[in-house]
Design a protein around this ligand. Sequence first.
Ligand code: HEC
Ligand code: HEC
Length: 411
Amino acid sequence: MDSRVVLFLLLSTGFFLSGCDSPEADFRLDRVYIQKTLGEPENGEEVQALTTQLQNLKDVMVGLFGTPDDPHVPQLADVEVGEVLDPQLIRMAAGPVGRHEDGTPRGLYREHCAHCHGVSGDGAGPTAAFLNPYPRDYRMAKFKFKSTPLGVKPTHDDLRRILIDGIPGTAMPSFRLLADDEIDALAHYVKYLAIRGEVERRLVNLLTELDEGEPVLDPLVRREAADVFQEQLGMVRETVGMVVGQWENASAQVTEVPTPPEDWMSEESIRHGRDLFFGTVANCVKCHGQLALGDGETGDYDDWTKEIDDKNPALQAKEYLALGVQEPRILNPRPIQPRNLRAGIYRGGRRPVDLFLRVKNGIEGTPMPAAPATGLTSEDIWSIIAYVRSLPHEPMSKPEGHGIEYGRERL
Ligand code: HEC
Ligand code: HEC
């Protein structure tokens, strides 16, 4: 059998579950990332080595984070993990749907989210294939609609807000009707899945840094070479601390939104915003298109899709599918569409402050860039937003008497 097929079978058949027929829910390994990072095993020996490493990885992950039915919060000496991941709240969101003995709810995530986002938070629940955009895979720990700059995690309040408002124009519903502590519990559980996912990815990276044949995270090493085991355990702890630390620091890095100038919605400001929109500095026209219908540059992919294969996502996915791997599901790649700005639907919220954050900071994980740091002032950004907000009302043909020259004819 082709060794690649062996890898797929290993990764996809639950080979790594200690009890294969156990009914307990299980977190899936991040198969796409593992394959991309560790490559294909080329012979029986390599298959064997990889099998051992992945089994160890899985054990370490269970040791740190537990299972979907019995989640743990990793304990670290120097990081207040409980602040980022509240074990009590996580207990409400995790596990099968029902009640704890003390009457508090449990299983909120499986009740409300898993059919789209998947039990592992891989964005590949049973409903996912039918949705556009696909539900989010949290394991890359990138979030789009937040108050912090690119590369910084969202705050707890950012996640709460997404849950309360939903994401307009997508399948992501509003959970406004849930109790306040249930919203908190779900936000903590999203963080738990994102942190868990990112730690797993970083541990996979760690595997690539070891010398050939070095026994990684191997419990047997604990007995034979306690110092090696301690050293490796140290690396694991450092990784977890680093990832949790990023979430801890997010609220200190919230982007300050300046008050808009009084005349920011004036005709003059809109005209200025329009010039910038079509100009070379902001260059919004490049992607959003001459008519702002989202029909500029449209062949790009978001970061989640790019992971499937940098060069040719469509081809790579077909290969996966050809292997007959149904679970974990690989979603067919779809190019990302720049937003149609004439529709007046804003996923991250329609308040001026929401639009300011989108234009100033860009949208994480997508081609939508942050506004250039030089060449655009905050006033300029407010003018651009005024123009964006006027677009649903701007006539598609040359706006007679509008006083604004139409972009298409100028270019
Ligand atoms: C019907 C399908 C569906 C359900 C149910 C659902 N989601 Fe989503 N969710 C989505 C989709 C689709 C997106 C991606 C939107 C996008 O990328 O613009 C998303 C995105 C998200 C995001 C990312 C927000 C960001 O800023 O990037 C979070 C967090 C999230 N969902 C949490 C949840 C939680 C928690 C639940 C359960 C309480 C839930 N979702 C239930 C479909 C769903
Ligand atoms: C390189 C391509 C690119 C450029 C340049 C670009 N955008 Fe975008 N923009 C996108 C994509 C792609 C999305 C959709 C992201 C997503 O999936 O949520 C988007 C989304 C948006 C949204 C929707 C926000 C929401 O909450 O739904 C707004 C508003 C927007 N862009 C405005 C602008 C403005 C104003 C500029 C110029 C300053 C600009 N964009 C430049 C690609 C681009």
